[in-house]
Design a protein. Structure first.
Lengths: 229, 733
């Protein structure tokens, strides 16, 4: 699997994603600077977390208009897998690669803590090594992760099975208390129609190492390795 | 040019004697730009003029100390060719006036102090003190400060891994915001600030200079009065995005061979950075202020030199390397300007619009700033409180009260506002005795703690100073880290009052004594004085930050109970010391009595014992006993694991003294029953008091002969206070 991680000015989880990709695949991913326009041949592009261009405008809005994202959109059209984590999800939503938007957390506060996610489907390149319904403990760290889409879009993505993860309690139940940011229908991550593109607010790369307290996120990278090699 | 009147001198915070010295050094009347430069360089904040005499008495060396106080931050050798670089610094006055920006720029400033020296910042900590929760401003200040720390740290992508927070009415008008950064560098690639090489270019990088923060250092060196709201324009505005770019650009440049010296522009901005670099190198600088990147039109030399705009650095480059350096800053879209040249004159010559606007001798300003031996009086010793003169409450009822009190309630609401996991090396998250961050790419870790118990320092500055060091030592030992070094952030009232100066002197003496006894040198620090409003001083608060090393992360101790059936062991002696305790304050409404004494020789022995037990894998959980005493410590272990325990009653000691006394030098350990004999034997060999007092298991905390309470209920009480406080509608001003 040939993977790349994009570094924008203000990205701060680019190294974290690269470290986990290297641990899982055995080789370091390409690190792509935001001004690069020539990309190597790739199977996977990771758009990592951070505060691109400071995110002083709407989160991800500036990055969505950067030259590198035009390239990423082109790659996505060709079927290359694109994985947006946290700020990366916000950027993918801003580019229109994924439906909906991420608003300020309902309680207006930044939140960093472990949450529980239910894997809605194991039928994707990202989740094939999970069982559907598995409850994974993964951290969130964001101020704007409150997923919102209009009713028609919500019905459509539900109908097409595009909801990848929902915030749940440890028993797998969708509760208000388990939802860290007020997302509609407890949505934590969504696919595009082809399920080649995934955006999620939680950080699977942060619990992929026993030393850091858990490995529930690691299967996501292992799924990609298996599917894209 | 306007003449310098006594009023102008006074408004610059200079005394008449100091102004006389200015005239002597200059040999003429200074112009306003020159006066402004003297004023910030000689402010308490920049010159340490009241504290220098006493700071010099602190121990600052050890075989593992690479660089002690005097540089931007302290540097220690942590083996394998690596160095840890760290410092703690206050941003108290700005945070009271404008809590979000004040706290945010406090974080930005301390980060720069650390990466200036060549380190990648790997962890932030903070020590916060707020006023009475019932004071109308407190909630607003907590909310703004926490949001500011998070807003900055989260964006730059450095995890905020821990800290401490206290509430006390003495901080109603002067909150304390002390921020600490720890960074990691190669031990042979440390960057210093001494300028060298006559003719070498002096380069400005980072953000543009604006009119923000002019006279911040002078503000931080005076008491507050009712009109302090008017000082809002002296608070700087932070831009963490630019800081992130500046970190990456500087580290990229530092990997090359271009830099001779580098210094961040902190308090007193371009003035202090240029004077310090030139002074340390024994050189002069000829600087053209027209070349300084500016955000606003028409800035005067005075404004440029005194601006405290954030995210700026000054450096001296090797000749011929300007192009290579500029390319890096262009890549990161940051300003890069050659603003001056090093000279052999020993003078700072500033030009603006083609004219010399200031010409000052550097050494008398920077190195020979005034130093005072301010009068002080020893503090009055308080009587030791007899345990039997303190009412004994039902221990379970008292425990509930304590766990729901402002100083012991869970800080989760605060640390969840901070990204404490970014960089993927946070091994022990906030809430433990020390935070632990892995040294990237290795199986070793740094343990970090911040400590001070202001009510002890107020009761007895000498003993309180010793206690702060001992507690830091204990918190590092409790995770299994070898304590290495300390940074001190000394927050006090007005040093011109002999009783406040007495607190400063005695606390420093106590800190020095403990650091010497524990081989725990002070390698960096900061002093914040004049923390008074309307003549009322804060509790003396010498906050300490400390760093320790864990050689193998496989043997690491944490707070939560691990297994049912494990024995619970108390290390150290308990005599039931209730003077200045939280029991006395929260249950009896009293804040009197001598604080608990610290036995330094025992601290060292016990710390070594606990670390050895952790290294041998003999223990399953460790927690130090501090605020609130033994029962609070055990309850914290139970809540962290959501597991109960059964505890035996005390022998020969009144229950409230046993459970809530704040005797020093104690730890709670848990261990499998089959490891008990070896632990008790080792304790006996080391002449350490160790006593088995119960075992882990069940869902309740059971006090034999008294009753039981569910851990779930305790946890709810402990977790509820801070979120309830932050969302209560009536506490907002």
């Amino acid at each position: 699997m040939q993977a790349a991680v994009i570094t924008f000015p203000g990205s701060n989880c680019d190294r974290d994603a690269a470290v986990v990709l290297e641990a899982v695949t055995g080789h370091a991913p390409a690190m792509i600077w935001h001004r690069d326009t020539e990309l190597p041949k790739l199977d996977l592009v990771v758009v990592p977390g951070g505060f691109t261009y400071g995110d002083y405008l709407r989160c991800g809005a500036m990055a969505a208009h950067s030259p590198i994202m035009r390239e990423v959109v082109e790659l996505a059209k060709k079927g290359v897998a694109v994985f947006g984590i946290c700020n990366g999800f916000q950027i993918l939503a801003e580019t229109g690669l994924l439906p909906g938007t991420l608003m300020r957390n309902a309680d207006r506060n930044f939140v960093c803590r472990d949450v529980h996610l239910r894997v809605e489907s194991s039928d994707s390149i990202y989740t094939r090594k999970y069982n559907a319904g598995f409850v994974a403990r993964i951290p969130v760290a964001h101020g704007e992760g409150n997923y919102f889409a209009d009713p028609e879009t919500l019905e459509r993505i539900e109908g097409e099975g595009q909801v990848a993860f929902r915030y749940v309690d440890t028993y797998g139940a969708e509760t208000k208390a388990a939802n860290p940011n007020g997302s509609q229908r407890n949505i934590a991550g969504i696919f595009d129609k082809s399920r080649r593109i995934l955006g999620m607010m939680p950080h699977p790369e942060r619990l992929s190492d026993e030393k850091l307290g858990g490995t529930d996120g690691r299967a996501m990278f292992e799924s990609l390795l298996e599917a894209l090699s | 040019m306007n003449a310098i009147t006594p009023d102008i001198v006074k408004s610059h915070g200079l005394s008449q004697d100091e102004y006389k010295l200015v005239l002597e050094i200059m040999g003429r009347e200074p112009n306003i730009t020159e006066l402004g430069i003297f004023s910030v360089m000689w402010s308490e904040h920049c010159s340490y003029k009241s504290s220098k005499k006493w700071l010099k008495t602190l121990p600052t060396t050890a075989p593992w100390v690479i660089c002690g106080p005097g540089e931007n931050a302290g540097v220690i050798d942590i083996g394998d060719g690596l160095a840890a670089i760290f410092k703690m610094e206050s941003h108290n006055h700005p945070s009271f006036i404008e809590p979000y920006q004040g706290a945010a720029t406090g974080v930005g400033g301390i980060l720069r102090d650390v990466f200036t020296m060549g380190a990648r910042p790997i962890a932030n900590m903070n020590a916060l003190r707020f006023g009475d929760p019932k004071h109308p401003k407190t909630r607003h200040l907590v909310s703004g400060v926490v949001a500011g720390i998070g807003g900055y740290g989260n964006c730059v992508g450095v995890p905020t891994v821990g800290g401490e927070t206290n509430f006390h009415p003495s901080y109603n008008g002067n909150i304390l915001v002390n921020a600490m950064t720890v960074g990691l560098a190669k031990a042979d690639r440390i960057f210093y600030s001494a300028a060298a090489g006559i003719g070498n270019p002096v380069v400005y990088v980072g953000s543009k200079t604006g009119r923000d923060g002019i006279h911040g250092a002078t503000m931080a060196s005076a008491e507050f009065s009712a009109d302090n709201e008017e000082k809002r324009p002296t608070v700087q505005v932070g831009d963490p995005f630019t800081e992130k770019l500046l970190i990456e650009a500087c580290l990229e440049l530092m990997a090359t061979d271009c830099i001779v010296a580098i210094q961040d522009m902190g308090a007193a901005g371009l003035t202090s950075s240029s004077f310090e670099m030139a002074s340390k190198g024994g050189l002069g600088i000829d600087m053209n202020l027209d070349e300084v990147p500016m955000r606003e039109e028409g800035m005067t030399a005075y404004e440029i030199m005194l601006s405290e705009s954030q995210e700026r650095m000054l450096m001296v480059l090797k000749p011929g390397s300007e192009g290579q350096a500029k390319a890096i800053f262009d890549k990161w879209e940051l300003d890069f300007a050659i603003v001056g040249t090093l000279t052999d004159t020993g003078r700072m010559v500033l030009r603006r619009h083609g004219e010399i606007v200031a010409d000052l001798p550097i050494d008398p300003l920077a190195a020979a700033s005034p130093e005072y031996d301010r009068p002080w009086v020893p503090s009055t010793k308080r009587p030791v409180i007899d345990l039997h003169d303190v009412p004994s409450h039902n221990p379970l009822v008292a425990l509930k009260t304590l766990l729901h009190s402002p100083d012991l309630a869970s800080r989760r609401w605060i640390w969840e506002r901070y990204d404490h996991m970014v960089m993927n090396d946070t091994v022990v998250r906030p809430g433990g005795d020390s935070a632990v961050v892995r040294i990237h790419g290795t199986n070793r870790g740094l343990a970090i703690t911040t400590d001070c118990t202001p009510r002890y320092v107020y009761a007895d500055p000498h003993e309180g100073g010793r206690q702060a060091v001992a507690e830091a030592y204990r918190n590092l030992s409790a995770v299994g880290a070898k304590p290495l070094a300390v940074t001190d952030n000394l927050n006090f009232g007005n040093p011109e009052k002999p009783e406040i100066m007495g607190q400063i002197v005695e606390a420093i003496q106590g800190i020095g004594e403990a650091c010497r006894a524990l081989d725990f040198p002070i390698v960096s620090g900061n002093v914040s004085l004049y923390n008074e409003t309307e003549g009322k001083a804060i509790l003396p608060t010498p906050a300490l930050g400390a760093v320790g090393l864990i050689d193998n992360l496989d043997s690491l101790a944490t707070i939560p109970f691990k297994r049912d059936g494990d024995a619970i062991i108390v290390i150290g002696e308990t005599k039931g010391w209730l003077g200045s305790s939280l029991y006395l304050r929260e249950l009896c409404g009293r804040e009197d009595g001598a604080p608990p004494p610290v036995a330094l020789h025992r601290e060292k022995r016990e710390g070594e014992f606990v670390r050895a037990m952790i290294k041998d894998g003999a223990v399953t959980a460790v927690h130090d006993v501090s605020d609130g005493g033994l029962l609070v410590a055990i309850a914290e272990m139970a809540m962290a694991s959501e597991t109960g325990c059964t505890l035996e009653p005390p022998h020969n000691l009144a229950a409230h003294g046993w459970w809530f006394g704040e005797d020093q030098g104690r730890y709670v350990l848990t261990a499998a029953q089959d490891r008990l004999p070896e632990i008790l034997e080792a304790a006996q060999r080391g002449e350490i008091t160790a006593r088995v007092i119960g075992s882990v298991g069940g869902d309740d905390l059971i006090l034999t002969g008294v009753g039981a309470i569910s851990i779930h209920e305790l946890k709810q009480l402990n977790e509820a206070w801070l979120p309830d406080f932050m969302s209560s509608p009536d506490s907002n001003a």
